[in-house]
Design a protein around this ligand. Structure first.
Ligand code: DX5
Ligand code: ZN
Length: 218
């Protein structure tokens, strides 16, 4: 399964519903929601109330990416807000396994994310506990940055481990993803493509071409 997940971070934050509608009208299945805490990343975005209010407006699959130092303090709010998948970062120090168990017990899918400079070794013990591995292809905090090509080397290694095992998680890239790097990502084993700027800054036919390049089934 291949998925193009538009990131509403790139939309108008006074009218996020409009960004949902664009994705729905294009036939997208997922929407990516970036939560920034001003600590783990040098920026703020929005919180669980916004996710809950958007949930009332849409049946899209809510792919919630927590860029937070202490996601364990907020995880229940994001579950209650109606998230379908919640990704947390490997880098901060908290009990990751306990958070995955709380997410899974609630019937929500769990993801684990790493920044571009973080090695993959720390991910490996969690491969059986997660539904998705998120590889940041920019340093997190802001949309509109350039894709870091060298991250695809990590994707290839993870994909190889996945192929030689019974692990079944999705492999996601987030940051600077656009039509120009889709082929390289596919070749590296990527399943889920998050795109903010490249998705929302282009016209309908180009967005559809993007989805076709990714290989998402309509
Ligand atoms: C960075 C964010 C971005 C965003 C994608 O912290 O996670 O990666 O969703 O935005 P673009 O596609 O503009 O890089
Ligand atoms: Zn994200």
């Amino acid at each position: 399964m291949k998925i193009l997940a538009p990131s509403i971070l790139a939309g108008n934050h006074a009218n996020l519903i409009e960004s949902l509608r664009v994705a729905e009208e294009d036939g997208r299945k997922w929407i990516h929601l970036d939560i920034m805490d001003g600590h783990f990343v040098p920026n703020l975005s929005f919180g669980p109330q916004t996710v809950a209010d958007l949930r009332q407006e849409s049946k899209l699959f809510f792919d919630v990416h927590l860029m937070m130092d202490q996601p364990d303090r907020y995880i229940d709010s994001f579950i209650q807000a109606g998230s379908d998948l919640i990704s947390i970062h490997l880098e901060p120090n908290f009990d990751h396994q306990a958070v995955f168990e709380r997410i899974s017990r609630a019937g929500v899918k769990a993801g684990l994310a790493i920044n571009p400079d973080t090695p993959i070794d720390g991910l490996i013990p969690y491969f059986d506990s997660v539904d998705l591995i998120l590889l940041m292809t920019v340093h997190p905090g802001f949309g509109g940055q350039n894709f870091i090509q060298s991250v695809l080397e990590k994707a290839r290694k993870i994909d190889q481990i996945r192929k030689n095992s019974s692990h079944s998680f999705y492999l996601q890239v987030d940051g600077g993803v656009g039509l120009e790097n889709v082929a390289d990502c596919l070749q590296a084993g990527i399943d889920v493509f998050v795109a903010g700027t490249a998705y929302y800054n282009c016209k309908g036919p180009e967005r559809l071409a993007f989805a076709e390049a990714v290989g998402e089934e309509i």
